[in-house]
Ligand binder design. Structure first.
Ligand code: ZN
Length: 133
């Protein structure tokens, strides 16, 4: 397993980690298989979405803010319940296809790390398995 370190700068941000995941796939030596990207945090997540137009990342954060306003009457005493709910909405893992030694993503797709309660030092766990060539 590869552990990626992600340092987030704002309370909420979506960052493109595709290159780091692709590098972990290359290092694994797997030619044909699967890649699991897992985020071991309760206020951050991962999603596959567009990495071409940065406005998409901004729109995802802004839509999630509307769906889960921080002003809702939450009970959790830590004061970051909106972040917990957003993390559950985007999910904490993504499974990707590895073909010919490379991540198989759609033309506009990228692996997007989603921070909802930063800034923090985060980890992303990447596990690649399958046939080695
Ligand atoms: Zn909390």
């Amino acid at each position: 397993m590869t552990v990626l370190e992600v340092r987030t700068r704002g309370r909420e941000e979506v960052s493109d980690i595709t290159a780091d995941v692709a590098a972990a796939v290359a290092r694994s030596g797997v030619k044909d298989g699967l890649c699991l990207v897992s985020v071991p945090h309760t206020t951050a997540g991962v999603t596959i979405n567009e990495n071409a137009d940065p406005d998409v990342k901004t729109d995802i954060l802004s839509a999630l803010k509307h769906v889960v306003p921080a002003s809702l009457p939450f009970r959790h005493g830590e004061g970051n319940s909106d972040a917990h709910v957003k993390a559950s909405l985007v999910g904490s893992s993504a499974t990707l296809i590895v073909e010919e030694g490379k991540l198989r993503l759609g033309t506009w797709q990228g692996v997007c790390f989603c921070e909802f309660d930063g800034p923090r030092r985060r980890q992303v766990w990447v596990k690649v398995w399958g046939e080695k060539g």
